[in-house]
Design a protein around this ligand. Structure first.
Ligand code: NAP
Length: 292
């Protein structure tokens, strides 16, 4: 079994991005600039945004964090977004999800200028991705594709089962794995899928993105399968300083000797999400996807 080391690959990519930024700045270009809007005080969201800001510093990007009270109205948030859309110094920005219940996230995402939508959540980017046109690819699926590429995992003609059909992970994953050049045959499973265990047992590659800790067990995995665990669930754990531990959607200990490759949690897909956001921002600063 080969452990897919997301920390290792993400650090390699950060070095590559840092080098590219240094070349751009030496050639007289400005530093790439990522902004993030964080609404409220959700602990996990603050941690994720914190990692994004820190990663920007590591590679020589500028970053701007805009913090809003969770009482902000939908209209006020939209105004913030319009300001970022119109700010020529900001190359790309994200609105950290989830948003408070009184704000319609779909409506908010529609307000982001597609050329600055480095999370790749806007329907224009999603549509362009489906049509194989230049687009910002959502960060987590893009990170998984990078891991597959860098570990030279065979995909052509393989059967890939994706568990979870969310717009930010499962659905785009199913699109990317079936692309020409990757060439998997994809089965997209969800909570209404019948015989999920049988579907998984037919899989050469399982991508688990359902948010149910240790859901995928040894009896669901064909010997030699590739396992990509996207899940992140915080479970209370008094033995940890933080009071919790992070658990994936796969029973790692049970499955690890059954498979050919596996991503750990933490340290697998998670670190790749942040570097993919950096790569999208680098593209935005160079106007490689949209040239307006
Ligand atoms: P989500 O929006 O809650 O979607 C979960 C999906 O899983 C839904 O499509 C749901 O089906 C399906 N599902 C739920 N229970 C199921 C079951 N028993 N059997 C089969 N399918 C089931 O979640 P998400 O945003 O995609 O996130 C999924 C997980 O990935 C979470 O743990 C999240 O924290 C993690 N995540 C990690 C990263 C990272 O950087 N590593 C990034 C994003 C998310 P229905 O559509 O039928 O409801």
């Amino acid at each position: 079994m080969t452990l897919i080391d997301g920390n290792l690959i993400s650090n390699q990519i950060k070095e590559e991005v840092k080098e590219k930024v240094s070349q751009l700045v030496q050639a007289g270009h400005k530093q790439p600039h990522l902004a993030a809007i964080l609404v409220g005080n959700d602990g996990a969201s603050q941690t994720y945004v914190g990692h994004k800001v820190k990663s920007c510093e590591q590679v020589g990007f500028k970053s701007t964090l805009i913090r809003c009270e969770d009482t902000i109205t939908e209209n006020e948030l939209i105004q913030q977004i319009h300001q970022l859309n119109n700010n020529p110094y900001i190359d790309g920005f994200i609105v950290q999800l989830p948003l408070p219940k009184h704000i319609d996230a779909d409506k908010i995402l529609l307000e982001i200028d597609a050329s600055k939508d480095v999370d790749g959540f806007h329907p224009i980017n999603f549509g362009r991705m489906c049509l194989n046109l230049p687009a910002y690819i959502p960060a987590t699926p893009m990170g998984i594709m990078t891991l597959i590429e860098r570990y030279k995992i065979e995909t052509a003609g393989k059967h890939c089962v994706v568990i979870g059909r969310s717009n930010i992970v499962g659905r785009p994953m199913s699109v990317l794995m079936s692309r020409s050049g990757i060439d998997c045959t994809v089965t997209l499973c969800h909570s209404r899928t019948k015989n999920l265990k049988e579907e998984c047992l037919r899989a050469d590659i399982i991508i688990a993105a359902l948010g149910k800790p240790q859901f995928v067990t040894k009896d669901m995995v064909k010997p030699g399968a590739v396992i990509i665990d996207v899940g992140i669930t915080r479970l209370e754990d008094a033995s940890k300083k933080s009071g919790y531990r992070i658990v994936g959607d796969v029973d790692f200990e049970g499955v690890k000797d059954q498979c050919s490759f596996i991503t750990p949690v933490p340290g697998g897909v998670g670190p790749m999400t942040v570097v993919s956001l950096l790569l999208n921002t680098l593209q935005a600063s160079q106007k490689l996807i949209y040239n307006n």
